[in-house]
Design a protein around this ligand. Structure first.
Ligand SMILES: N[C@@H](CCC(=O)N[C@@H](CS)C(=O)NCC(=O)O)C(=O)O
Length: 216
C-alpha cells in the first residue's frame, strides 16, 4: 500500500476519537495516530488549529483531504473498506436506515446530550432539532429493541458509533441504563477492538496527565 494511502487519525485518548480508532481497528485499516495531549491543551495550539480550526478530535487526514465530525468520518471510513462489510452499499436496502441512524447521532442525539449535560431549559419541540429528549430517545430505543443491531441482525459502522457513545453517555448519567441500551452497548464494548483501544487509552491518558503535571 502506498504511504499516502495510510490514514492519519488526529487523536486524544478517552474522547470521541476513541470510537473512530475502534472503527479503524474493526475495519483492519492501515492508520497512524497523531496524538494530542488535551490535558496540556495541544488541541488549541496553532499547529493543530491549522489542521482543524475547531480544535476538536476526531479528525482524519487521508490522501490530502481532511475529514472532521464523527458522522462524516464514520461514513467515509466504512465506505473506504467495503471488504469489512460494515457499510451497506448505495443499492443495498439497508443503506437508507444506515445513513439515517448515523445522521441521527449527530443531528439529534449529540445536541440533546449537550442540552441535558448543561441542564438547559428544553427548547419547544417544534424548534428543537431533536423534538424533545424523551421522543428522541424513544425513537432510538424503539429501533434498538428490534436488535440485536440498528439494522437487525447485521452489525454496521453505525453500531460502532452508537454502542460506544451510549456507553459513555450512560456512564455520565445522560442516558438511562435501560436493558435495551445496556445490552446493545455491551455488544459493541465487549468486542476485542474496543477492549484493546480502551486499554491503550487508559495508559495514554495517564501518560498525558503526568506530562501535563510535570509542565506545571
Ligand atoms: N462535532 C464533533 C465533536 C468533537 C468533540 O467534541 N471532540 C472533543 C473531544 S470528545 C474535543 O476535541 N474537545 C477539545 C476541545 O474542544 O478543546 C464531532 O462529532 O466529531
Amino acid at each position: 500500500m502506498p504511504p499516502e494511502d495510510r490514514i492519519t487519525l488526529h487523536y486524544s485518548p478517552q474522547t470521541r476519537a476513541t470510537g473512530t480508532r475502534v472503527l479503524l481497528e474493526e475495519l483492519a485499516a492501515p492508520y497512524d495516530l497523531h496524538v494530542l495531549n488535551m490535558k496540556a491543551g495541544e488541541q488549541r495550539q496553532a499547529a493543530y488549529l491549522a489542521i482543524n480550526p475547531l480544535g476538536k478530535v476526531p479528525a482524519v487526514s487521508h490522501r490530502g483531504s481532511l475529514v472532521t465530525e464523527q458522522v462524516a468520518i464514520t461514513i467515509y471510513l466504512a465506505d473506504l473498506f467495503p471488504q469489512a462489510g460494515l457499510a451497506p452499499g448505495p443499492r443495498d436496502p439497508g443503506r437508507g436506515p444506515y445513513l439515517r441512524w448515523i445522521a441521527f447521532y449527530g443531528s439529534c442525539f449529540e445536541p440533546a446530550m449537550i442540552d441535558r449535560s448543561l441542564n438547559r431549559e428544553p427548547t419547544p419541540a417544534i424548534q428543537s432539532p431533536y423534538s424533545d429528549y424523551d421522543t428522541m430517545l424513544g425513537a432510538l430505543q424503539g429501533q434498538l429493541a428490534q436488535g440485536p443491531y440498528l439494522l437487525g441482525e447485521r452489525l454496521t459502522a453505525a453500531d460502532i458509533l452508537w454502542g460506544i457513545a451510549l456507553g459513555w453517555t450512560m456512564m455520565f448519567g445522560l442516558v438511562p441504563k435501560t436493558d435495551v441500551l445496556t445490552r446493545y452497548s455491551q455488544r459493541i464494548t465487549s468486542r476485542p477492538a474496543f477492549q484493546r483501544v480502551t486499554a491503550e487509552d487508559a495508559a495514554m491518558a495517564a501518560e498525558h496527565a503526568a506530562a501535563a503535571a510535570a509542565k506545571g
